[in-house]
Design a protein around this ligand. Structure first.
Ligand code: ADP
Ligand code: MG
Length: 492
């Protein structure tokens, strides 16, 4: 590469690169016709290499201006390199993870030669030391992770043999460790080798993406740096000891990476292709069996969240505070998981306190319990938060039951109170309907002729009592739903 010799030349270069930034570029593209693509205005050429199953895999393409400003242009040392550049075909060179190409280092002096001999020798020594550590087992690697500079630690492969899939990794580490998730080093290593594919959702705090890790799909929730507290809180809740459950979204990793100008905050979780229950019910009707399986999953997830498990490997009771169909995900096997734990609170039963100062009205207005809407909730009692979750669970059951098709009869998809409040209701709108007029979603007459729907209707009513103390508990809902005789409805 030529080096600028004086200031005029430097200024010219800066001007030229600026001019390039604002126009379209031609780039090398691995999967395009003629191996070439053209960016939109202000785009970039993209060059990447990452380690997949122990082999380096390169990718080159065009990047839109939008993507350029996201996460694509940042590398993590030794596990993936992603470069963006801004001149025609600048992504032509092949990137490598482990060594710089000697041909790119012009005119080696003595110093460089000495380094070339010394560095590999030192690496060999370090390699030998790491080998000893590996033989001592994973705890050694974990200790090392906490001693080392996090960036340096990224090339740790001792915990991450290429043949391990995510489920195995999480199972191995969670069962051998504290029961609260993967070691931080491993979380970071996984997060930094994910390749983002497409956006799949948008919520309160930025975007959710589908990503690929070693060929497996994962979901990546990306927070903006001003929402760092929310990112930290959600990661913290997901890593509560013993939280893991088949009906709670499986957490994989949290990563915060400072790129010099801003911090990228990622939460990585299992990916569920069918998406949210809201999207699912909008698209499909469900059979009696489907409905009961989904209802049982949600009730089981909530019962696990609400339950305190006592003991050294115990878990605190947790209230979700934003139960709604958009925060429940449907799995391919027809069950569901509770997601979006960003607003959850934990109970410390020894001091009878809640772990964060709870600002009084959080969550989604449409799903707020009457005592939240009229400010009558007792913030000092943890039970209050669980009871508010149960009210919202009743509303989710109502959305689900409407889509249950019996002998071809079902309702269209609607959000609760769709017929009584505007599309983005205010607290006042909700209070008028739910507290003053004491209205609740209507339960269609035909539900009486189907055992499962009749039980679902009864459960909902018992979740919606104005008196929070009278409502069912999540465990009671779970048991009632589990006892429904689905076969009876199917025979009729
Ligand atoms: P927010 O806190 O911004 O509301 P959520 O965690 O609720 O974010 O995610 C927003 C949306 O993204 C969800 O409603 C769902 O459609 C989609 N989504 C989130 N996580 C996943 C996942 N693991 N698999 C599939 N879709 C997901
Ligand atoms: Mg959400």
């Amino acid at each position: 590469m030529t080096r600028p010799r004086n200031h005029t030349f430097q200024a010219a270069l800066i001007f030229l690169s600026f001019a390039q930034l604002t126009t379209a570029l031609k780039c090398v593209c691995r999967l395009c016709e003629n191996d070439t693509c053209e960016t939109s205005a202000d785009g970039a050429c993209w060059n990447s290499v990452m380690l997949i199953d122990g082999k380096e895999e390169t990718d080159k393409s065009c990047l839109s201006a939008e993507k350029k400003n996201q996460v694509y242009c940042y590398s993590s040392r030794n596990v993936s390199k992603r470069n963006c550049c801004f001149t025609d075909f600048c992504n032509n060179e092949n990137l490598h993870l482990y060594q710089e190409r000697p041909s790119e280092v012009p005119g080696w002096g003595r110093l460089e030669l000495a380094a070339a001999i010394l560095v590999p020798s030192c690496l060999l020594c370090v390699g030998a030391m790491l080998g000893v550590c590996v033989l001592q087992g994973p705890r050694c690697a974990y200790r090392r992770a906490h001693k080392q500079d996090a960036e340096e630690a990224l090339d740790d492969h001792t915990l991450m043999t290429p043949d391990k899939c995510l489920k195995e990794l999480i199972y191995d580490m969670s069962s051998s460790g504290s029961g609260s998730g993967l070691p931080l080093l491993v979380q970071r290593t996984i997060a930094r080798t994910i390749v983002l594919q497409e956006t799949i959702g948008k919520g309160r705090f930025g975007e959710v993406w589908r990503g690929k890790w070693r060929g497996e799909d994962v979901a990546v929730k990306i927070f903006s740096s001003r929402d760092e507290r929310s990112w930290f809180r959600e990661a913290e809740i997901y890593q509560t000891i013993m939280l893991r459950h088949e009906n709670i979204l499986g957490f994989i990793a949290a990563d915060n990476k400072d790129n010099g100008s801003w911090t990228q905050l990622w939460l990585v979780s299992e990916y569920h292709e069918p998406g949210s229950l809201f999207d699912y019910l909008n698209r499909y009707t469900v059979s009696v069996q489907d409905m009961m399986l989904l209802a049982l999953s949600v009730a089981s997830g909530l019962a696990h969240l609400h339950m305190e498990i006592i003991g050294t490997q115990g878990k605190p009771a947790i209230a979700h505070r934003d139960i709604k169909s958009k925060n429940i995900l449907v799995k391919k096997n027809g069950t569901a998981v509770i997601a979006d734990l960003g607003l959850a609170v934990k109970h410390d039963s020894t001091t009878n306190t809640i772990d964060i100062p709870s600002n009084h009205r959080v969550g989604t207005k449409r799903y707020m319990a009457p005592e939240i809407l009229d400010d009558a909730i007792n913030m000092n009692s943890f039970e209050s938060f669980k009871r508010a979750d149960i009210y919202a669970l009743g509303l989710v059951f109502w959305e689900l039951s409407r889509r249950c098709s019996v002998r071809g009869i079902h309702e269209d998809f609607q959000l609760p109170y769709y017929d009584l409040v505007p599309s983005d209701p205010s607290v006042d709108d909700m209070r008028r309907v739910v507290c003053d007029q004491k209205q609740r979603p209507s339960i269609p007459n035909q539900w009486q002729s189907c055992e499962a729907l009749r039980v679902m209707g009864k459960v909902m009513r018992e979740c919606w009592y104005p008196s929070a103390a009278a409502r069912l508990t999540a465990l009671r809902v779970k048991k009632t739903v589990a006892q429904v005789n689905v076969m009876k409805d199917i025979k009729e």
